[in-house]
Design a protein. Structure first.
Length: 450
């Protein structure tokens, strides 16, 4: 029997999966060691599941699904202020990231940790003998889930950086993200994301829990990729089968119930504990360091009697207010996808073709918030309505900047802060350490203006 005794030296040598250790313990996804190998179905499954630590673990997850992308997008737009002390976050507040900003670099690199984990686990799993070393159905499911992880990592990056290096092989990187890989265009990255999704959709384990990619979660990711490419017909066709398969929770507060991992609106979310955390409570609440706080612009965006405002504590006092969605660092379940996002995307694409049904889906969300029906909603005002409705639903989540940019409202939002808008601000800089270490990327490949 062919036995793969392959040392698992994936690209996370610099960062580790959940700490500064170098190697992944494939027998125990919560621990790390040195002599670890993928050699059968069990070890391949353990390795794949450990990829989720790149999304939720404290060392990396804070920059993938944790506090940092939330803070950076909220500050870069108009949702958050920065009462805290981290000077690198001030660059987000004034829309002036530098190429050597450590937060930008870590966000970029740690999404590549996720991408490269998926790549290497997939490669080693493909090499297993389906007759003697792994059940072929399990092998197919693991490979599909790795494709989904890779697609997710690329999608989060392309929305804010534009074109990216597309890595097929992985190396020990010593801190950079895409060793000696040229930068592909934004259009090529989106095409690659959709090809990765195609290799995953319909092939995932139908019994996957909400904390892993499911076939439904992959469809939502596919719709999002189409949305950012303005392929609205494809968005509608992708989401139509999901409409009605989920439902909203009775109240907005229930969405963030610390005691309920699964609910009627959850399509995919992570299960954080004290070892993971993602620094959400630490950076957002008064029981932590309150590094960021809601802006007055955000507070003013809520209509009277909107129950969603209740998850902003002390909204009338900017010196003490904070977003209270993240009330615990010992147990929290941040969403990757929830049904509200499906409804917003579906409503938007219907409004773009002036369908009278478009408002129906927005009104489901508004009704739960205690608000009356939306007024006119069609192609003439779709951008402003969607920007407003998404803002008061997803504040403190990873949404605001990428949404206003996509809708063509970036200049309006940045100017509202008293900052002079330039096209440079539309893309964040490719980290300088990536340019320095990647032999196939030069300063000429940097985003304009950096």
């Amino acid at each position: 029997m062919k036995k793969l005794i392959v040392l698992f030296i994936i690209t996370i040598v610099a960062h580790g999966f959940i700490s500064c250790e170098d190697q992944l313990n494939l027998k125990d996804p919560s621990a790390l060691g040195t002599d670890n190998f993928i050699f059968d179905g069990e070890s391949a499954l353990s390795a794949m599941l450990d990829g989720y630590n790149d999304m939720q673990g404290d060392a990396t997850g804070a920059y993938v699904t944790g506090a940092y992308p939330r803070m950076m997008q909220g500050l870069y737009s108009d949702d958050l202020l920065h009462p805290g002390s981290f000077p690198t976050l001030d660059e987000a507040l004034v829309n002036n990231f530098q190429a050597n900003n450590i937060n930008v670099s870590r966000l970029f690199n740690q999404h590549y940790d996720l991408i490269n984990t998926g790549t290497e686990v997939m490669r080693l799993t493909q090499e297993l003998d389906p007759e003697t070393e792994i059940d072929p159905e399990l092998q197919s499911q693991i490979i599909a889930e790795c494709h989904a992880m890779r697609a997710y990592g690329y999608l989060q990056l392309v929305k804010i950086f534009g074109g990216l290096p597309i890595t097929e092989l992985t190396y020990p990187l010593d801190g950079d993200a895409a060793n000696d890989t040229p930068r592909s265009s934004e259009a090529d990255v989106y095409a690659y994301i959709l090809s990765e999704i195609q290799l995953a959709e319909g092939k995932l384990n139908p019994n996957n829990p909400v904390t892993q990619f499911t076939n439904d979660a992959v469809q939502v990711m596919k719709a999002e990729a189409y949305l950012f490419q303005e392929n609205y017909t494809a968005v509608e066709n992708t989401l139509t089968p999901l409409i009605g398969d989920y439902s909203l929770t009775e109240t907005y507060a229930e969405v963030f119930d610390l005691n309920a991992l699964e609910n009627s609106t959850a399509i995919m979310r992570l299960n954080l504990n004290a070892a993971d955390g993602g620094d959400l409570q630490l950076f957002f609440t008064s029981s932590g360091r309150r590094e960021v706080s809601p802006s007055q612009s955000l507070v003013n965006a809520f209509e009277p009697n909107d129950s969603r405002l209740e998850l902003i504590s002390n909204p009338d006092d900017p010196t003490t207010s904070f977003i209270n969605k993240f009330r615990s660092n010992t147990s929290f379940f941040p969403y990757i996808y929830r049904y509200e996002d499906v409804l917003f995307m579906y409503a938007e694409v219907l409004a773009r073709r002036n369908s009278p049904e478009a408002a129906t889906y927005l009104n489901l969300i508004r009704e739960r918030a205690g608000l009356g029906p939306i007024g006119a909603f069609n192609a003439s005002n779709v951008a402003s309505v969607i920007a407003q409705e998404r803002r008061v639903e997803f504040y403190g989540e990873i949404d605001r900047w990428e949404t206003v940019k996509r809708l063509g409202l970036a200049q309006q939002v940045i100017s509202s802060k008293g900052i002079t808008f330039t096209n440079r601000q539309l893309l964040w800089p490719i980290p300088q350490d990536e340019i320095n270490r990647n032999a196939l990327i030069s300063q000429a490949d940097q985003n304009p203006g950096y």
